[in-house]
Design a protein around this ligand. Structure first.
Ligand SMILES: Nc1ncnc2c1ncn2[C@@H]1O[C@H](COP(=O)(O)OP(=O)(O)O)[C@@H](O)[C@H]1O
Ligand SMILES: [Mg+2]
Length: 335
């Protein structure tokens, strides 16, 4: 049972924002070349996923992740370069390092900004000479691979401060790709929400209140936070429809804080004696519309709002997908 519930990963880049589409195009193009790529962006913006996309668009087989933030302590050199039997106490056999495993493929250096200076020097040597020496070995070995590095730090600043080697920076920073935080490309949200609901849910749908909550949240942890949020909601809820109450508390707190802030601003403006908004000179009488016409307009509005995403539009309208399709036909609304 537990095994069946393990997260189902896909390596598909999902989203429809102009920024994401540009990233997809560039990733595909870069895959055909062999240039080093430096991926910049906050944590959770999809740097590793983009690295995998670049790799898959190319010819190499092996994709090796080097987590530079874990490269601390006495064993990091052997992690990277491997060791020979007896190199140090406890080295009972030969060990192949990550650098050798990457030969002919791609090495993804995650959080490259965390790599200590002495390791930076060793990495630079591998990149320049395409050779390295396992710990305790006198023999030099060859390894040639594509380099993709990622960081959420400002590496140029680290170079200025002297905590990152300039020569290594230049070697890594041939092509730079910047991944925007999710709050700057909220038009990716509907597609991503659908994607994760499909991936982790079991026919789950969202109430329109909950959808509003998700669309208005700032997502400081970016797509990783969104993914975890949906996993969490699906896990705690058995029913098919997820509601606001199922949302993690940080989302609810943020919504509460936004409401209070809006109230504070409004009170402040009133206290500052800003003129109240002009009253309409004539009472507005809304035309009474036939129910069917109101329904037709609500559907068009929902499709407009979701940029034509019917699944999401059905969510918003609080009706099933098939009902929506039937009504589209009925009213002669086309995409
Ligand atoms: N555009 C996307 N479409 C689908 N899933 C994504 C997308 N971007 C990120 N993810 C998912 O979000 C999570 C965080 O992405 P990751 O690549 O690890 O981010 P980073 O390396 O920048 O911290 C991963 O599970 C990844 O699969
Ligand atoms: Mg990462």
């Amino acid at each position: 049972m537990m095994a069946a519930e393990a997260p189902r990963k896909t390596y598909e880049l999902v989203g429809q924002s102009a920024r994401l589409k540009q990233v997809m195009r560039l990733a595909q193009k870069l895959g055909r070349g062999h240039w080093p790529v430096l991926l910049l962006g906050e944590t959770g913006t999809g740097k590793e996923l983009v690295a995998r996309t670049i790799h898959r668009s190319g010819a190499g087989n092996n994709f090796v992740v080097v987590d530079c933030s874990a490269m601390v302590g006495p064993l990091m050199e052997s992690e990277l370069f491997g060791h020979v039997k007896g190199a140090f106490t406890g080295a009972q056999g030969n060990k192949t390092g990550l650098i050798e495993q990457a030969d002919g493929g791609t090495a993804f250096f995650d959080e490259i900004g965390e790599l200590p200076l002495d390791m930076q020097a060793k990495l630079l040597r591998v990149l320049q000479e395409k050779e390295f020496r396992p710990v305790g070995s006198l023999q030099v070995r060859k390894s040639s691979f594509r380099v993709i590095a990622a960081t959420n730090r400002d590496l140029a600043k680290e170079v200025e401060k002297g905590t990152f080697r300039q020569d290594l920076y230049y070697r890594l920073n041939v092509v730079t790709m910047r991944l925007a935080p999710l709050r700057e490309r909220k038009d990716d949200l509907p597609a991503l929400i659908n994607h994760f609901l499909h991936l982790y849910g079991n026919g789950h749908t969202l109430s329109s209140d909950l959808l509003d909550l998700l669309l208005n949240y700032e997502w400081p942890g970016n797509i990783r936070e969104l993914e975890n949020c949906i996993m969490h909601m699906v896990a705690v809820n058995t029913g098919p429809v997820l509601h606001t109450a199922d949302a993690p508390s940080n989302l609810l707190n943020a919504a509460e804080a936004r409401k209070l802030e809006a109230l504070r601003v409004a009170t402040q403006e009133a206290a500052n004696g800003l003129p109240p908004p002009p009253a309409p000179s004539q009472p507005i009488v809304a035309p009474v519309l036939p129910l069917a016409e109101m329904e037709r307009r609500a559907i068009i509005h929902a499709l407009d709002y979701t940029k034509g995403d019917r699944v999401m539009a059905a969510h918003l309208l609080g009706i099933g997908r098939t009902t929506l399709y039937r009504k589209l036909k009925e009213y002669g609304i086309s995409a």
